[in-house]
Ligand binder design. Structure first.
Ligand SMILES: C[S@@+](CC[C@H](N)C(=O)[O-])C[C@H]1O[C@@H](n2cnc3c(N)ncnc32)[C@H](O)[C@@H]1O
Length: 262
């Protein structure tokens, strides 16, 4: 199924579509490895599911959606746990990889090409919504969280993993690696535009201070079940994207919110 034409999309969604279509080929190998695994792990430090408990153990009978599914390995993990799964993604190229892997592994998913801020599915269609670096960082928080609320049934759960605002406060404007200095304001953090940075230009991201996430959940109608700050394992070395493992052993580079629709 195809979503709206690019010209009808908000500017950040259009820019991010171009960005992801261009670099989808770099994500194929990771998608293949993750689809082949029955042992979920999360985020840039591959923190195991046994530690983070992102997914219900048994998802039989649940309708689930992944908002910004990329190559859709999280969707595959949910389908293997018994859920009926829909994935939406803004990049046709990412979905092409997902479709190939779906056929290879014989798993049925409904994959939609579109913007996770406006999902073409009726209200209250899902029991569970998730994303790992999907809508959580690429969509406007106010907009996609309202959409996730609309999509969930009362009592339905939303779980997502995103950049931690402390890491973003230490992320230089040049696009250089996150350092041990606060280089941009924490308060008021919202849009991070990486399109024209000197080093490794990217797309348009979003990140909020912790108290603003909390205020937004309350305003929209979510109850908070948990907040986690995954830590890079002690044995991990090297840089992942723009964060050094040693940084992420000392300070939180990622966060996980688990919330529930009233
Ligand atoms: C890092 S991937 C997340 C998928 C997977 N968990 C992973 O880490 O590979 C980010 C995905 O978000 C998608 N995305 C970006 N903006 C989006 C939007 N507005 N609606 C839906 N998906 C979006 C991108 O196309 C990309 O496939």
């Amino acid at each position: 199924m195809s979503g709206p034409d690019s010209e009808q999309l908000p500017e950040h969604v259009r820019a991010n579509r171009h960005h992801w279509d261009e670099m989808a080929h770099e994500w194929v190998a990771l998608g293949e490895r993750a689809w082949a695994s029955d042992d979920p792990s999360w985020g840039i430090w591959s923190v195991p599911e046994t530690e983070l408990a992102m997914l219900p153990v048994d998802m039989s009978g649940l309708d689930a959606i992944e908002l910004g599914c990329g190559t859709a390995y999280v969707s595959a993990w949910m389908a293997r746990r018994g859920a009926t799964v829909t994935g939406i993604d803004n990049s046709a190229a990412q979905l092409a990889t997902a479709r190939g892997l779906m056929a290879k592994h014989g798993i049925e998913l409904t994959l939609l090409h579109g913007n996770a801020e406006t999902v073409p599915v009726p209200d209250g269609s899902f029991d569970f919504a998730i994303n790992e670096y999907g809508a959580a960082i690429w969509c406007d928080p106010e907009v996609w969280l309202r959409e996730a609320h609309r999509l969930l049934r009362p009592g339905g759960r939303l779980v997502f993993l995103a950049n931690h605002p402390l890491a973003m406060a230490c992320a230089p404007e040049s696009g250089a690696h996150v350092g041990d200095r606060l280089v941009r304001p924490y308060f008021g953090m919202h849009t991070l535009d990486w399109r024209d940075v000197e080093i490794d230009p990217g797309g348009v991201n979003f990140c909020l201070p912790i108290s603003e996430w909390v205020a937004l959940f309350h305003r929209i109608g979510f109850t908070i079940d948990d907040l986690r700050e995954p830590r890079a394992p002690e044995s991990t070395r090297g840089v992942q994207f723009f964060i050094d493992a040693e940084w992420a052993q000392r300070w939180p580079s990622e966060l996980v919110w688990k919330v529930r629709r009233h």
